[in-house]
Ligand binder design. Structure first.
Ligand SMILES: [Mn+2]
Length: 330
């Protein structure tokens, strides 16, 4: 919990911070925000990741100092692990032997850390980093503010998603007071992609389908598309949300082929439709409106299974035991 995190920061001096593979705005922003906070408290800190930092986040202060590693190659008093469901998510070897501090806003975290601070009410880990800054009596410097704002704006879809609360907006307001230029951050995130994103989008949107009700949409990204578009990391950020722009679409599925017969699947939904429950059925997890999973097998078959589960979630919601209902229908 927060008080334990405050205490260990006060006691220890030399820190590393890491986040999940294919880091997003919250992963990078929160890691860097925490790094700047620790430094402002006179501590030694650095951010280590196994993947590169996507272009959209490279303009953040300190992004150029992020070190790419495959294993823990330094001695630290503690390593913060940001937004990871388990200890393997950062893709860095040797983390198990370290004093780790698990900071996450996903309820599905498996509490792998030596210390765990999970706040499922936070819109982003960035919001938690801001709270930590306040709790420890730190000053919100311009560097901290820019990094944390990036985390908020990306994880809330520019304050569109249901995870946006009065606290999120209050924190955002404080960050703007501390020197953030919202338009500048938005420009870096939403209007600074390479053309390969547009090319990939064209190909992916070409595969979009809907169920007969028109409420569930799904689409594919093949290995071939990646090559044809010259895709770089982050090019497909947010693609899963595109079908949700249609009024009648309430759930979207985006399947990416990562190797022949291996798929990463993102699920998104509107309102009360719980796609985290669907993801859990396939061994994945996430939030009610944003979840993910990995599957292996025949593409058509797996797609059918996942689409069927999402359609059930849209049709029947949370309140009915689907299996029981199926039995009663037989
Ligand atoms: Mn997040």
């Amino acid at each position: 919990m927060l008080s334990q995190v405050v205490e260990l920061i006060e006691k220890k001096n030399n820190f590393a911070i890491t986040t999940h593979v294919r880091p997003d705005g919250d992963g990078v922003g929160s890691s860097l925000g925490l790094c700047w906070l620790l430094r402002s408290l006179g501590k030694t800190a650095e951010v280590i990741v196994s993947d590169g930092v996507p272009v959209s986040y490279q303009s953040l202060p300190g992004a150029d100092q992020i070190r790419k590693v495959t294993e823990v190659d330094n001695t630290y008093d503690a390593i913060f692990v940001i937004e990871c469901s388990d200890i393997d998510r950062p893709g860095i070897a040797g983390l198990r032997d370290q004093f780790t501090v698990n900071i996450d806003h996903h309820a599905t975290s498996d509490h792998f850390g030596t210390v765990n601070w999970i706040d499922a009410t936070a819109s982003a880990v960035g919001e938690m980093i801001y709270n930590l800054c306040k709790a420890i009596g730190g000053r919100v410097t311009k560097e901290i503010a820019e990094c944390v704002y990036m985390a908020l704006v990306t994880d809330t879809g520019s304050f569109h998603f249901p995870n946006t609360t009065d606290r999120t907006l209050k924190v955002a307001s404080e960050l703007v007071k501390a020197g953030v230029k919202p338009a500048q951050i938005s420009e870096a995130v939403y209007n600074s992609y390479p053309w390969s994103r547009i090319e990939l989008m064209r190909q992916v949107l070409n595969t979009v389908k809907r169920d007969p009700s028109g409420k569930v949409a799904w689409m594919r990204q093949t290995l071939e598309m990646r090559v044809n578009a010259g895709m770089v990391d982050g090019d497909n950020n947010g693609f899963v949300n595109i079908p949700l722009a249609a009024k009648e679409v309430v759930a979207a599925i985006y399947m990416r082929e990562t190797a022949p017969n291996y798929f990463r699947v993102s699920l998104r939904s509107k309102g009360e439709i719980n796609v985290a429950k669907v993801a859990e059925k396939f061994g994945g997890g996430g939030h009610k409106n944003a979840a993910g999973l990995r599957v292996e097998g025949d593409w058509d078959e797996k797609e059918k299974e996942i689409v069927a589960e999402v359609i059930k979630a849209v049709k029947y919601g949370d309140f009915i035991d689907i299996e029981e209902m199926e039995l009663s229908l037989v």
